[in-house]
Design a protein around this ligand. Structure first.
Ligand code: SF4
Length: 224
Protein backbone atom coordinates (compact mmCIF):
# COMPACT_ATOMS: atom_id res chain seq x y z
CA UNK A 1 0.00 0.00 0.00
CA UNK A 2 1.23 3.50 -0.85
CA UNK A 3 2.47 5.49 2.12
CA UNK A 4 1.70 9.18 2.67
CA UNK A 5 5.29 9.89 1.69
CA UNK A 6 4.99 8.02 -1.61
CA UNK A 7 1.68 9.72 -2.37
CA UNK A 8 3.37 13.12 -1.93
CA UNK A 9 6.30 11.97 -4.06
CA UNK A 10 3.94 10.78 -6.80
CA UNK A 11 2.02 14.05 -6.92
CA UNK A 12 5.22 16.06 -7.25
CA UNK A 13 6.49 14.20 -10.33
CA UNK A 14 6.39 15.73 -13.80
CA UNK A 15 4.91 13.50 -16.53
CA UNK A 16 8.35 13.10 -18.12
CA UNK A 17 9.93 12.03 -14.82
CA UNK A 18 7.04 9.69 -14.12
CA UNK A 19 7.44 8.15 -17.59
CA UNK A 20 11.17 7.69 -16.97
CA UNK A 21 10.63 5.98 -13.59
CA UNK A 22 7.75 3.79 -14.77
CA UNK A 23 9.41 2.50 -17.94
CA UNK A 24 12.75 1.98 -16.30
CA UNK A 25 11.04 -0.23 -13.69
CA UNK A 26 8.89 -2.03 -16.27
CA UNK A 27 11.97 -2.80 -18.38
CA UNK A 28 13.54 -4.43 -15.31
CA UNK A 29 10.37 -6.29 -14.37
CA UNK A 30 9.74 -7.67 -17.88
CA UNK A 31 13.17 -8.03 -19.54
CA UNK A 32 11.96 -10.91 -21.72
CA UNK A 33 8.66 -9.35 -22.80
CA UNK A 34 8.04 -10.18 -26.45
CA UNK A 35 5.38 -10.83 -29.06
CA UNK A 36 3.58 -14.04 -28.09
CA UNK A 37 1.95 -14.68 -31.47
CA UNK A 38 3.70 -17.70 -32.95
CA UNK A 39 5.05 -17.22 -36.47
CA UNK A 40 7.96 -18.20 -38.72
CA UNK A 41 7.73 -15.49 -41.36
CA UNK A 42 6.71 -11.81 -41.72
CA UNK A 43 3.51 -12.84 -43.53
CA UNK A 44 2.58 -15.23 -40.72
CA UNK A 45 3.06 -12.46 -38.17
CA UNK A 46 0.87 -10.06 -40.18
CA UNK A 47 -1.80 -12.74 -40.52
CA UNK A 48 -1.68 -13.59 -36.80
CA UNK A 49 -1.98 -9.92 -35.81
CA UNK A 50 -4.97 -9.44 -38.13
CA UNK A 51 -6.63 -12.49 -36.56
CA UNK A 52 -5.86 -11.33 -33.02
CA UNK A 53 -8.32 -8.41 -33.18
CA UNK A 54 -10.82 -8.75 -30.33
CA UNK A 55 -9.50 -12.14 -29.26
CA UNK A 56 -6.49 -13.50 -27.38
CA UNK A 57 -3.04 -14.42 -28.71
CA UNK A 58 -3.61 -17.83 -27.16
CA UNK A 59 -6.73 -18.43 -29.28
CA UNK A 60 -4.87 -17.33 -32.43
CA UNK A 61 -1.89 -19.60 -31.65
CA UNK A 62 -4.22 -22.55 -31.03
CA UNK A 63 -5.73 -22.14 -34.50
CA UNK A 64 -2.58 -21.28 -36.48
CA UNK A 65 0.21 -23.29 -34.84
CA UNK A 66 -0.83 -26.67 -36.35
CA UNK A 67 -1.01 -25.02 -39.79
CA UNK A 68 2.42 -23.39 -39.41
CA UNK A 69 3.89 -26.67 -38.15
CA UNK A 70 2.63 -28.52 -41.21
CA UNK A 71 3.66 -25.71 -43.56
CA UNK A 72 6.51 -23.73 -41.93
CA UNK A 73 6.68 -21.36 -44.91
CA UNK A 74 2.90 -20.92 -45.19
CA UNK A 75 2.47 -17.75 -47.25
CA UNK A 76 -0.14 -15.72 -49.13
CA UNK A 77 -0.19 -18.11 -52.14
CA UNK A 78 -0.84 -21.04 -49.77
CA UNK A 79 -3.74 -19.19 -48.17
CA UNK A 80 -5.22 -18.50 -51.60
CA UNK A 81 -4.82 -22.20 -52.51
CA UNK A 82 -6.61 -23.14 -49.30
CA UNK A 83 -9.49 -20.83 -50.31
CA UNK A 84 -11.57 -18.53 -48.16
CA UNK A 85 -13.73 -21.39 -46.91
CA UNK A 86 -10.75 -23.64 -46.28
CA UNK A 87 -9.08 -20.92 -44.21
CA UNK A 88 -12.33 -20.30 -42.37
CA UNK A 89 -12.21 -23.95 -41.24
CA UNK A 90 -8.70 -23.37 -39.86
CA UNK A 91 -9.72 -20.31 -37.83
CA UNK A 92 -13.35 -21.14 -37.03
CA UNK A 93 -12.66 -21.19 -33.25
CA UNK A 94 -11.52 -17.54 -33.34
CA UNK A 95 -14.01 -14.69 -32.83
CA UNK A 96 -15.25 -13.00 -36.01
CA UNK A 97 -13.91 -15.89 -38.13
CA UNK A 98 -16.16 -15.22 -41.17
CA UNK A 99 -14.98 -11.60 -41.54
CA UNK A 100 -11.39 -12.47 -40.69
CA UNK A 101 -11.19 -15.31 -43.25
CA UNK A 102 -12.61 -12.97 -45.92
CA UNK A 103 -10.08 -10.24 -45.04
CA UNK A 104 -7.17 -12.70 -44.86
CA UNK A 105 -7.99 -14.04 -48.32
CA UNK A 106 -8.26 -10.53 -49.82
CA UNK A 107 -5.10 -9.44 -47.97
CA UNK A 108 -3.17 -12.38 -49.46
CA UNK A 109 -4.39 -11.49 -52.95
CA UNK A 110 -3.30 -7.86 -52.50
CA UNK A 111 0.11 -8.80 -51.13
CA UNK A 112 0.75 -10.88 -54.24
CA UNK A 113 -0.75 -8.33 -56.66
CA UNK A 114 0.88 -5.23 -55.19
CA UNK A 115 3.87 -6.26 -53.07
CA UNK A 116 5.32 -9.37 -54.69
CA UNK A 117 3.94 -11.46 -51.81
CA UNK A 118 5.98 -9.53 -49.22
CA UNK A 119 4.84 -7.52 -46.19
CA UNK A 120 5.35 -3.82 -47.09
CA UNK A 121 7.48 -1.57 -44.89
CA UNK A 122 5.19 1.44 -44.95
CA UNK A 123 2.29 2.49 -42.73
CA UNK A 124 0.31 3.71 -45.73
CA UNK A 125 0.71 0.43 -47.64
CA UNK A 126 -0.03 -1.65 -44.55
CA UNK A 127 -3.17 0.27 -43.62
CA UNK A 128 -4.43 -0.09 -47.22
CA UNK A 129 -4.56 -3.89 -46.78
CA UNK A 130 -7.91 -5.53 -45.88
CA UNK A 131 -8.35 -6.01 -42.14
CA UNK A 132 -5.27 -3.90 -41.28
CA UNK A 133 -5.80 -0.80 -39.14
CA UNK A 134 -3.44 1.46 -37.24
CA UNK A 135 -2.95 -0.99 -34.37
CA UNK A 136 -1.99 -3.90 -36.65
CA UNK A 137 0.30 -1.63 -38.69
CA UNK A 138 2.00 -0.48 -35.48
CA UNK A 139 2.65 -4.07 -34.35
CA UNK A 140 4.11 -4.99 -37.74
CA UNK A 141 6.24 -1.84 -38.01
CA UNK A 142 7.62 -2.48 -34.52
CA UNK A 143 8.08 -6.23 -34.65
CA UNK A 144 9.32 -6.66 -38.21
CA UNK A 145 11.00 -3.36 -38.90
CA UNK A 146 12.13 -2.25 -35.44
CA UNK A 147 10.24 1.05 -35.48
CA UNK A 148 9.41 2.72 -32.15
CA UNK A 149 5.64 2.42 -32.57
CA UNK A 150 3.00 1.70 -29.93
CA UNK A 151 0.06 -0.57 -30.72
CA UNK A 152 -2.74 0.50 -28.40
CA UNK A 153 -4.59 -2.68 -27.49
CA UNK A 154 -6.87 -3.29 -24.51
CA UNK A 155 -3.89 -3.68 -22.11
CA UNK A 156 -2.12 -0.47 -23.14
CA UNK A 157 -5.37 1.50 -23.07
CA UNK A 158 -6.24 0.25 -19.57
CA UNK A 159 -2.74 0.71 -18.13
CA UNK A 160 -2.18 4.17 -19.61
CA UNK A 161 -5.26 5.41 -17.76
CA UNK A 162 -4.58 3.53 -14.50
CA UNK A 163 -1.01 4.81 -14.42
CA UNK A 164 -2.20 8.38 -14.96
CA UNK A 165 -0.34 8.69 -18.28
CA UNK A 166 -3.49 9.41 -20.30
CA UNK A 167 -6.87 10.92 -19.51
CA UNK A 168 -8.50 9.71 -22.73
CA UNK A 169 -9.86 6.18 -22.12
CA UNK A 170 -12.16 6.31 -25.16
CA UNK A 171 -9.68 7.65 -27.71
CA UNK A 172 -6.90 5.24 -28.67
CA UNK A 173 -5.14 7.63 -31.00
CA UNK A 174 -4.94 10.16 -28.16
CA UNK A 175 -3.68 7.44 -25.78
CA UNK A 176 -0.96 6.65 -28.31
CA UNK A 177 0.01 10.33 -28.47
CA UNK A 178 -0.06 10.66 -24.66
CA UNK A 179 2.21 7.63 -24.22
CA UNK A 180 4.60 8.71 -26.98
CA UNK A 181 4.94 12.04 -25.17
CA UNK A 182 6.07 10.53 -21.87
CA UNK A 183 7.94 7.31 -22.70
CA UNK A 184 11.70 7.94 -22.80
CA UNK A 185 13.24 7.44 -26.26
CA UNK A 186 15.44 4.58 -25.06
CA UNK A 187 12.39 2.53 -24.00
CA UNK A 188 10.10 3.37 -26.92
CA UNK A 189 10.97 0.42 -29.11
CA UNK A 190 10.05 -2.14 -26.43
CA UNK A 191 7.55 -0.15 -24.38
CA UNK A 192 4.44 -1.81 -25.75
CA UNK A 193 5.83 -5.27 -24.93
CA UNK A 194 6.45 -4.17 -21.33
CA UNK A 195 2.91 -2.81 -21.04
CA UNK A 196 1.29 -5.87 -22.63
CA UNK A 197 3.13 -8.22 -20.26
CA UNK A 198 2.34 -6.00 -17.29
CA UNK A 199 -1.35 -5.93 -18.25
CA UNK A 200 -1.56 -9.60 -19.17
CA UNK A 201 0.22 -11.02 -16.12
CA UNK A 202 -0.02 -8.46 -13.30
CA UNK A 203 -2.19 -5.38 -13.81
CA UNK A 204 -5.13 -7.47 -14.98
CA UNK A 205 -8.46 -5.88 -15.91
CA UNK A 206 -10.39 -7.24 -12.94
CA UNK A 207 -7.76 -7.91 -10.30
CA UNK A 208 -4.62 -5.81 -10.57
CA UNK A 209 -1.91 -7.19 -8.32
CA UNK A 210 -0.73 -3.83 -6.93
CA UNK A 211 1.13 -5.51 -4.02
CA UNK A 212 3.62 -7.12 -6.45
CA UNK A 213 3.85 -4.20 -8.84
CA UNK A 214 7.25 -2.56 -9.37
CA UNK A 215 5.68 0.84 -10.03
CA UNK A 216 3.19 0.83 -7.17
CA UNK A 217 4.74 3.90 -5.57
CA UNK A 218 4.35 5.99 -8.75
CA UNK A 219 0.92 4.73 -9.83
CA UNK A 220 -2.25 6.71 -8.97
CA UNK A 221 -4.30 3.53 -9.71
CA UNK A 222 -7.01 5.48 -11.47
CA UNK A 223 -10.22 3.44 -11.69
CA UNK A 224 -8.84 0.53 -9.62
S1 SF4 B 1 -0.91 -3.21 -10.66
FE1 SF4 B 1 -1.74 -1.50 -9.45
S2 SF4 B 1 0.05 -0.22 -9.00
FE2 SF4 B 1 0.61 -1.58 -10.71
S3 SF4 B 1 0.17 -0.44 -12.59
FE3 SF4 B 1 -1.65 -1.65 -12.11
S4 SF4 B 1 -2.95 -0.28 -10.90
FE4 SF4 B 1 -0.89 0.59 -10.90
Amino acid sequence: MATLESQKQRKGLSLAKKGELIFSRLSEQWPNAKCELEHNTPFQLLLAVVLSAQTTDKAVNKALTPLFKNQPEFGPADLISLGQLGFFEVIRTIGLAPTKSKNSFALSQQLIALHNGKVPHSREALEALPGVGRKTANVVLNELFGEPTLAIDTHLARLAVRMGLSKNPENRLKIEEDLLACIPQKHLQRAHHYMIFHGRYLCKARQPNCADCSIEQFCPKIGV
